[in-house]
Design a protein. Structure first.
Length: 74
């Protein structure tokens, strides 16, 4: 994992230095890439949380029914 991390980092640095772009352009390109990665990251987290909640509901269907019954009786 650490080896892949270092390799990706070096490839990005090399690509930036060889691109011929000024540092300002490279900055905004990387900023856009990071924004996209952030959206993908949070989408993955939401997907995993949703799947976990669905799996929990499937494994304990009576728990939701009991929770709803308890709310109705209050």
């Amino acid at each position: 994992m650490a080896k892949k991390y270092q390799l990706l980092k070096e490839q990005i640095s090399y690509s930036i230095s060889e691109s011929g772009l000024d540092i300002g352009a490279a900055y905004f390109i990387l900023k856009d890439v990071m924004n996209n990665l952030e959206h993908l990251y949070y989408a993955q987290i939401n997907k995993e949380c949703l799947e976990e909640a669905q799996n929990k509901a499937k494994s304990n269907p009576n728990d939701e029914l009991n929770d709803q019954t308890n709310k109705d009786s209050e």
